[in-house]
Design a protein around this ligand. Structure first.
Ligand code: N01
Length: 533
């Protein structure tokens, strides 16, 4: 289907969950494509995030592809929540099973993508070569550019410096080591209990305490697995009808209307079994500040019960709305602070003054360390896209266009950037949904669109500026109804100083699904085809 001198219909950037399925789907639809991947192997986020304790906090039976019935029937997960090595094995299996590697170029970092308006071609420059394609598809992930904060004296550190989001392939041995970890988000909360069991001393530098619910992880319940597999397609469809696209969040009752006894019983039940599903105990927890407070108080009481030293428990007790920052799911996190080798340092009260060759100092103390771990998160949702120098019509830079806020239509298309698609881009449910089904939904949509264009002899698709503006207003209007905007988080760019503070995920998988379907049914309303310059 390619034009005469253009080698590929599509360039796909990234070989994680998105890029692998995108390649498979385009190939099946008869398009020529190549995946450009910076790493030397597949996996995306599951390749880079190999820190100890890394695990998915969405049940494995849901955090997996559904596009191939044989695959979903034949693959068996070992645990309720899979650990990083098992997910990486799965992605390697998928790459082999669908013979995807032959169309992936590893060790290939994309530096820039330029749209040539005269020839309607994307020119993608990598560290190795220039590729030409009609379409450019960003399968770059929402959490793939590590945030490395500018800490005073960090450049002077001479010990081992690690980031949870770009962990080395070789295992790190913490035995007899003094370790510092900065940050207390999901990555840190997962890794702290594991590191604490090895390290001589572990210093946890906390700026903001976080809510975490026990994962209650266990070996896969074979009965449950059989049950799900006996009706896998229906099970997946039912999940799509849920606001976050995850089973178990479907309660309709309101916390504010429930009795104290009922609330205690429901919260307790979910604390004992659900992980992220804790927030599904009532339907108003993310919408009503008072209800949210009830759930938050329950978790704070749990922390008091788990942590022996009540001063430490108090420090570990978050004060913001629960769920406003991504809820964490852990295996023994709070109890780890009962170990004598684990020390909590409150950065709010006494920030890091300086990092020296083998120590960290704040006003009160100096901590001698061998290993420093930055668990400081990511330039989320937009970082991996703006990290590439993307230029669209008239040489407009995407980074500049997004400087005062990332705007996208449906999280799929961007005005001024014809034939460029983003998988789980800003303005789509992405990180506020189960990522894998959301990825599949976008890959299917993009492929269907490309097929439609071929059938209808259209060369170029581009979202309109007004469609994009209206869409992002809708994203924000929905978020205004929730507690999300009341909390500083990476959902709204607050973790990166230079970033515009916009709330980017679309809340509500079913409404989103309805709308992207309607757009297609209305001949891609909000997009224009073959627009002249
Ligand atoms: O990153 P985070 P993460 N000085 O941004 C602190 C997904 N994930 O890698 O809150 C001191 O959540 C920062 O403090 P504050 C999941 O979606 C999924 O842990 O800004 N501290 C915070 O405590 C998750 O939400 C799984 O005050 C600094 C921490 O660093 C997302 O990835 C597993 C600082 C960063 O927390 C990101 O999680 C792991 C500074 N200068 C992750 N800068 C699954 O299970 C930042 N911090 C699927």
């Amino acid at each position: 289907m390619v034009g005469k001198d253009i080698k590929y219909d599509a360039i796909i950037v990234g070989a994680g969950f998105s890029g692998l399925y995108m390649m498979h789907k385009l190939r099946k639809a008869g398009f020529s494509a190549v995946v450009l991947e910076k790493a030397d192997q597949v996996g995306g986020t599951w390749h880079w995030n190999r820190y100890p304790g890394a695990r998915c906090d969405i049940p494995s039976l849901q955090y997996s592809y559904q596009f191939d019935e044989d695959l979903q029937q034949e693959w068996s997960w070992g645990e309720k929540y899979s650990a990083q090595p098992e997910i990486l094995d799965y992605l390697n299996h998928v790459a082999d099973r669908f013979d995807l590697r032959k169309d992936i170029l590893f060790n290939t970092e994309v530096i820039s993508c330029d749209f040539d308006e005269d020839n309607l071609v994307w020119k993608t420059v990598t560290n190795a070569e220039v590729y030409e394609s009609r379409f450019c598809i960003m399968a770059t992930g929402c959490l793939s550019v590590p945030n490395k904060p500018n800490l005073p004296g960090l450049e002077n550190f001479e010990g081992e410096l690690l980031h949870t989001g770009s962990w080395p392939v070789e295992p790190v041995d913490f035995t007899d080591k003094k370790v510092a970890i900065i940050g207390t988000g999901s990555s840190s909360i997962q890794s702290i209990p594991v590191i604490a069991n090895q390290a001589e001393e572990l210093y946890v530098f906390q700026r903001t305490a976080n809510y975490s619910i026990p994962s209650n992880n266990a070996p896969m319940d074979k009965e449950e697995e059989s049950l799900v597999k006996s009706r896998y397609q229906e099970f997946r469809k039912e999940n799509y009808l849920n606001g976050f696209g995850i089973a178990g969040l479907e309660e309709e009752a309101l916390a504010v209307e429930a009795t104290e006894e009922d609330r205690q019983a429901k919260f307790e039940k979910r604390w004992e079994s659900e992980g992220l599903g804790f927030l599904g105990a009532y339907s108003d927890l993310m919408f009503d500040k008072e209800s949210n407070k009830l759930a938050a108080n329950f978790v704070r009481e749990k922390i008091k019960g788990l942590v022996e030293d009540q001063e430490t428990a108090e420090l570990l007790s978050p004060q913001h709305c629960i769920g406003g920052k991504r809820l964490c799911v852990d295996t023994g996190y709070f109890k780890t602070f009962n170990q004598p080798n684990v020390h909590l340092i409150n950065l709010k009260e006494d920030p890091i003054k300086e990092i020296q060759s083998l120590s960290i100092s704040n006003e009160a103390d100096t901590y001698e360390i061998d290993i420093l771990i930055l668990a400081t998160g990511f330039d989320a949702i937009t970082g991996a896209i703006t990290n590439i120098d993307i230029k669209g019509r008239r040489g407009v830079s995407l980074k500049d266009q997004w400087e005062s806020g990332a705007k996208s239509y449906l999280g799929l298309g961007i005005s001024n950037f014809p034939n460029l698609f983003t998988v789980t881009g800003p303005g789509s449910p992405s990180v506020l949904s189960n990522m894998v089904p959301s990825i599949e939904q976008h890959v299917n949509w993009i492929t269907d669109c490309m097929v439609w264009m071929a059938e209808n002899k259209k060369s170029v698709i581009e979202s309109t500026h007004s469609a994009e503006e209206e869409w992002m207003s809708q994203v924000n209007e929905i978020a205004d109804l929730t507690v999300y905007k009341q909390v500083e988080s990476w959902y709204n760019g607050s973790n990166i100083k230079e970033k515009s503070k916009d709330f980017l995920p679309y809340i509500g998988v079913p409404t989103y699904t309805e709308q992207i379907t309607e757009v297609v049914n209305n001949d891609y309303q909000g997009f224009v085809f073959d627009k002249s310059n």
